[in-house]
Design a protein around this ligand. Structure first.
Ligand code: SAM
Length: 447
């Protein structure tokens, strides 16, 4: 068999696509290798969300150039969002790249690789293509937890974001195809699925008949032997009372919710074209906590968006305090070519962005540590997913509210088990716990 090495940058959707590509190529006699030097084919799956992500890819391609010079028969491919966005520019800047293709062409990867190998001239494939559900996975893929893409694309047109250009219009996979994929994963030992979409809570609007994420939760919940359902990423604009009720009522849906805020300032939210105000966002948080009191909340925040004043930034800090997030992903605004925000006046200097980012992280560290601390002494449900990174004699897993837990499982607990533990120590980034023999009411446990 020929050898394939895949390098993945970016989000969970890219991880999912990399797995599909490895699964499809396996059917064409490519097996995965961890070693770049051994590979006959190297695919770099790219992210274009921020300039830094693109810089990383070009620097990696620079490294691979030497390998390609030593072994000209090596096929080097660039796939994913940056390929779709930059198109011919990738091969202009890195002419030794044989193949460039965007996410719509993933289903045709074997044919494209073969073309690049046979024709020995650059292949570029970044056109639109019909949505195809690909379920192929390499044998090495994680068995216990899996991503399942339920929709592609985004139509929100946030003024900072390239995703509508890299991933196209919103297109949902039919519920039957998704349920079949989940059943197949569970048959191979999967216990937790994360349903993926760029705006996953807009799922189903484009289908005939239309459906929604709440209905999909119920369908996926019915899959026997699946323990947990997660989903990401949601947009506040599409968060409906029906979905909040489903988060309360569908037993396998975990008490963990990622809801990007981006900014705490109404003026900035408006310029970002987010479609909600801070008051509306706070109303959603109140409704969520009312329905699911122990829900863990995480968010994305951008600092230094064009025109962001000190008062706008203070409003973002204030939202972190007010919402009491369990986790925050903070990003410095990155000017993306072709987006409306890139040409807005009053671009913020990198020094100001760095300073605001540091101040934001200080508040985030305090708030998220306090959220972790409140779990001390409580009983929590854990899906055991491996051995503790710090102590090979201990097991590790995640709570339903997505915190890492390390505990001594004795000889009674195995990877894949769902157990209840009592938290003995709540550290900022993980919990220590002891196994409880009698399952109890937990702060974030199965309902
Ligand atoms: N679709 C989701 C939403 O907007 O609600 C998020 C998807 S995006 C892939 C992940 C995060 O990257 C965004 O939530 C945003 O915080 C950040 N991001 C996107 N474009 C950015 C930019 N130009 N500069 C800095 N951060 C950016």
């Amino acid at each position: 068999m020929a050898k394939l090495h895949v390098i993945t940058y970016g989000c969970q959707m890219n991880e999912y696509d990399s797995e599909r590509v490895a699964g499809l190529l396996r059917e064409h006699r490519y097996e995965l290798t961890d070693s770049e030097a051994d590979a006959d084919l190297i695919l770099v799956n790219t992210c274009a969300i921020r300039e830094k992500a693109e810089d990383k890819v070009f620097s990696k391609l620079g490294e691979l150039r030497a390998l390609k010079a030593r072994r000209p028969e090596l096929v080097l491919g660039v796939m994913g969002c940056m390929a779709q966005l930059q198109q011919g520019i990738v091969q202009k800047r890195a002419p030794y790249v044989d193949l460039v293709f965007g996410s719509p062409a993933v289903a045709r990867v074997a044919e494209l690789v073969e073309r690049a190998r046979r024709e020995r001239r650059p292949v570029l494939e970044t056109g639109e293509a019909p949505l195809v559900k690909i379920t192929a996975r390499p044998p090495s893929a994680s068995r216990l937890k899996a991503y399942v893409t339920v929709m592609e694309g985004c139509e929100k047109h946030c003024t900072f974001c390239v995703v509508p250009r890299t991933r196209g219009r919103e297109r949902s996979h039919p519920p039957d195809a998704i349920v079949d994929e989940v059943r197949g994963l569970v048959a191979e030992g999967c216990r937790e699925v994360t349903l993926l979409g760029q705006t996953v809570n807009a799922y189903g609007r484009d289908l005939t008949p239309p459906t929604d994420l709440a209905e999909l939760f119920r369908r996926v919940n019915d899959v026997d032997d699946l323990a947990r359902i997660r989903f990401t990423t949601s947009n506040p604009y599409n968060l409906t009372p029906k979905l909040i009720a489903a988060m309360r009522d569908v037993p396998k849906v975990c008490e963990w919710f990622h809801l990007p805020l981006q900014s705490g300032s109404d003026a900035v939210l408006d310029r970002m074209n987010r479609g909600y105000t801070r008051a509306q966002y706070l109303d959603l948080i109140a409704a969520l906590r009312d329905a699911v009191p122990d829900i863990a909340l995480s968010t994305d925040l951008i600092v230094g968006f064009p025109g962001e004043t000190e008062a706008d930034f203070a409003a973002t800090l204030e939202m972190v305090e007010r919402v009491q997030y369990d986790n925050v992903f903070a990003f410095r605004y990155s000017r993306r070519p072709g987006t409306p925000a890139a040409v807005m006046p009053a671009q913020i200097g990198e020094d100001v962005k760095a300073e605001r980012n540091a101040r934001l992280l200080a508040v985030v560290t305090r708030v998220t540590a306090a959220r972790s601390a409140r779990l001390a002494g409580t009983a929590v449900e854990v899906l055991v997913d491996g051995v503790s990174r710090r102590n090979a004699g201990e097991l590790a897993g995640r709570t339903r509210c997505n915190r890492v837990v390390n505990f001594d499982g004795g000889a009674r607990v195995a990877v894949g088990d769902v157990v209840t533990v009592r938290v003995t120590e709540a550290l900022p980034h993980s919990l220590r716990a002891t196994l409880t023999t009698v399952p109890e009411e937990a702060v974030c446990s199965s309902r």
